[in-house]
Design a protein around this ligand. Sequence first.
Ligand code: BEZ
Ligand code: FE
Length: 301
Amino acid sequence: MLAIDEKTITDAAVEQMSATRDPRLKEVMACLVKHLHAFAREIDLTPEEWIQGIKFLTAVGQTCTPYRQEFILLSDTLGMSSLINSLHDRRATEKGTKTSLLGPFYRQDSPPRKLGESILSNPRGPQICIYGRVVDSTGKGIPNASIEIWQTDDEGVYDLQRNDPSVMDLRGWYHADAEGKYYLRTVRPLGYLIPMDGPVGDMIRAQGRHGFRPAHIHFLIGAPGYRELVTALYLRSDDHIDSDTVFGVTESLVTEITPHDPKSPIPDLASIQFDFQLASARAEDASGRVGADPSKIVKNA
Ligand code: BEZ
Ligand code: FE
């Protein structure tokens, strides 16, 4: 019989899982157990600390409701979602715009809008224009590419956080023209605090972190034959641009609002110009979406 101790336990656990039929599951679980045990050994984890960790994960699970996915928030705030996005980008065989977090405020059934229309149901306040092209890895425009966009208003609030979450606002579904060009109107978004009233918020406070996301605009872009792109554009002027709580910001996605851009299709509005690049899809490509989909949730509730 094997003498179980702090060293042999890892091989014993991996050995007991060795009959796992799915080869990828077998590989993932063996690697997970090895790293989990190595973590406990390295930090010399005590029983109290492990129970505290289990209580925390239990609270994370108990905070999840049909409206809220606290585990994804945990994944986001630990940098795990951003890491998974980077690994997803690395698997692409062609150049493309970097992925950024889908986040919990995406809804599948954004209202269809025509190019040039505002994403606000009742346009109010100073508008800006966002324009550019959706291109392939060679820079050629992708005709009719699908562009979903969603963001906060100028107070940092999403439609889903308002009194009646079934009302759609600050989101839209556009299609690029025959040359891959797009343009739309919106308002300047404001940064916001991630949900801080659950165990993830407790963790953020315990770590002395601020909990803010810098101002950003989300995009989900696709076309037949291309890898779906989940990304966001960030505003350089935001105070939290270098300390996003969920690590979604990366230099290539940081933009500025130009007050007067003669090349803009709406030159009398301040504007952001950005070209999105899609890599070709391969048969084995999985979705790059890491995030909850509250749209289904709100409908079913
Ligand atoms: C968001 O960008 O909508 C978001 C992403 C991660 C956590 C919270 C919000
Ligand atoms: Fe967001």
